[in-house]
Structure formats: structure tokens, C-alpha cells
Write a protein that binds this ligand. Structure first.
Ligand code: KDG
Length: 315
């Protein structure tokens, strides 16, 4: 049984091989992306067993997505193959600066058909942690019910719940999302917002206030992602500002998921809070150096190298 179980949609990703407007792109590289499976892959690289619950269209694309995620070590035994619906797809611009634009084709996808009866209670109850994001409830009513059903199963069994709001403005508005994401945050033990998500949900623009706000809702640990400024990590007893690892990113998508994976692995390993925060910032930064949402996620050994300031022998 996996230590961390997560659920959500993963899609085929097409990214152009050269920068510039997508309308002029002729050659693309395919891959896979999905915030929750990205976290599951990130945790596997850090030595933890993970499982991903989802629905995929039962076609060549669905099997490619499944094989890729399985190939990274994630348990996919609780993924349903759906013969009646297609897989989500997104195009990711190759940004020269800043965050790339994502164009989604995911309405009515197989994963949007996730339903509470897709959940195997024992699979969640036997995990140490359930990780959910705010993307799943934005997909459809039944996907939203499934995310909340998973939360209730975990809570009833005393399984730690981790929540990343992952606000996707292309899927729903702030007014639609706020009550749902706040409800999820209230049910979570670990909350992993970006600063702008904290502001959207709680109305605070200061990271310390965001962390305190989520702890008042019931979280035991909060890690506020500050992008190139590092992070702020907090529990009721301590709060630390974590410096960033300075990098020159080529692809920022997936950095938050790599951060989540490293922070959650530190949490499961009972590491000191500040150390978990440092690992998370290193993991997030390293991911941005490689094209792809998860391909650049770091191994445990690589993170150790950056933490200790030692270098590896490369030849
Ligand atoms: O966090 C990375 C995700 O944004 C990406 O992998 C795709 O799940 C995705 C989404 O909904 O944007």
C-alpha cells in the first residue's frame, strides 16, 4: 500500500520545440502533466511509495499517460480506463521569460468523470497521507464530490491530508473557487498555497498572515510558496523564511509540485520544519531548469548535494 495517495487529472502535454507564439510552432515534444501525478512522481524520486487515482480515456493516449506515470514508479492500480471519454490535453508555450501560457482541452475529459464510487476506501485508509488539489473540484460536480469523498475517508481514518489550492483561473473564477477551496483547506493538515492563492482565499498579501490564517482554519503545517523569493514555512510553534536557490528557469510549470513533494517527504520523515522548507525550495528550483512538468524533479541524493554544498564527481 502506498504511503501517499493522490487523485486528479493528468493530461497529454504538447510543448513546442522552439520559443515564440504557438501559431508558428511546427514541431512539438509530447509528455504528460497533472499536478497530482507530478507530486506522486516527485515523492517517488525522494524514496516514498505513492499511488495515483484517476480516470483515463482507454485509447493510445491514455495508455501512454498511464505507462509514463507507472514508469516513474507510481502505483496506477486504481486508475480506471474509460472507453467512452477522451483524455485531457494541453499545449504549453515555451516561454522566454516568466511563466508559460497553458491552453487546455480538457472539458468533459475522462478524469472529469471521476466519481466517488471510483474510490477504494481501503487504499486511502491505509496510506499515511492523502494529497488533494483545488484542480479536481474545478473539473466537474462529480470530480468535486470525489475529492471531498476522498478527504472524508482520509479524515475518518486519521490519514494526514495535504492540500495545494492550485488555483486555475482558466477552469473557474475566484468567486466560484473560494468557498470550495476554503472548505478543502479546513479539512487539511498541511496546506501548500502560493502567496497569490493565500491572498485570493484569505485576503492577506503577507506570507506570515497567510500561514497564520490557514493554521487558524486547522492546518498543522503551512508552506507558502514565494517563487523566486523562496518560501515561508510555519507550524503553531515555529515560522521560518527560507531563502531561494538562485536559478535561471527554463520552465516554471511543475515547480510548485516539486516543492510540495519535497516538503511532504520531509513531513513524513519527521524532519525539522526549516529543513523540509529548504529541501522544498531546492526541489522546486531544480525542476525549473529542465523542460517538462516533472522531468527535472530531483532525487534525494541531488537535494543532499545542494543542502550540504558538496559537489558530485561527474567524470
Ligand atoms: O502544477 C503543474 C500543473 O499545472 C500541470 O502539470 C498541469 O495539472 C495541470 C493543470 O491543471 O494545470
Amino acid at each position: 500500500m502506498p504511503e501517499l495517495v493522490t487523485l486528479g487529472e493528468s493530461m497529454l502535454v504538447m510543448r513546442p520545440n522552439q520559443p515564440g507564439p504557438l501559431r508558428y510552432a511546427h514541431q512539438f515534444t509530447r509528455s504528460v502533466g497533472g499536478a497530482e501525478s507530478n507530486v506522486a512522481i516527485g515523492m517517488c524520486r525522494l524514496g516514498h511509495s505513492t499511488g495515483w487515482i484517476s480516470r483515463l480515456g482507454d485509447d493510445e493516449i491514455g495508455h501512454y499517460i498511464l505507462n509514463t506515470i507507472r514508469g516513474e514508479g507510481v502505483d496506477v492500480s486504481h486508475v480506471q480506463m474509460d472507453p467512452h471519454h477522451r483524455n485531457g490535453l494541453y499545449f504549453k508555450e515555451l516561454a522566454v521569460m516568466g511563466d508559460p501560457q497553458l491552453i487546455y482541452y480538457r472539458a468533459n475529459s475522462a478524469a472529469s468523470r471521476l466519481k466517488p464510487t471510483d474510490l477504494d476506501e481501503g487504499y486511502i485508509k491505509n496510506a499515511r497521507m492523502l494529497h488533494v488539489t483545488g484542480i479536481t473540484p474545478a473539473l466537474s460536480e462529480s470530480a468535486r464530490e470525489t475529492a471531498f469523498a476522498a478527504l472524508e475517508i482520509a479524515r475518518s481514518a486519521g490519514v494526514t491530508v495535504s492540500f495545494d489550492p492550485n488555483m486555475r483561473y482558466k477552469l473557474w473564477t475566484a468567486d466560484e473557487a473560494r468557498p470550495v477551496l476554503m472548505d478543502m483547506a479546513r479539512k487539511a493538515d498541511v496546506v501548500l498555497p502560493g502567496l497569490s492563492e493565500g491572498e485570493m482565499l484569505l485576503g492577506f498579501s503577507d506570507a506570515e498572515e497567510v500561514a497564520r490564517g490557514f493554521m487558524q482554519l486547522g492546518a498543522r503545517a503551512v508552506a507558502v510558496k514565494l517563487g523566486s523569493q523562496g518560501a515561508l514555512v510555519a507550524t503553531d510553534d515555529e515560522m521560518h523564511h527560507i531563502d531561494p536557490l538562485p536559478v535561471t528557469p527554463v520552465d516554471t510549470v511543475g515547480a510548485g509540485d516539486a516543492f510540495d513533494a519535497a516538503f511532504l517527504s520531509g513531513y513524513l520523515e519527521n524532519r525539522p520544519l526549516a529543513e523540509s522548507g529548504r529541501r522544498a525550495c531546492i526541489a522546486g528550483a531544480l525542476t525549473t531548469l529542465v523542460h517538462g512538468d516533472w522531468e527535472g524533479m530531483a532525487s534525494k541524493e541531488k537535494i543532499e548535494t545542494f543542502l550540504s554544498g558538496t559537489s558530485t564527481i561527474s567524470r
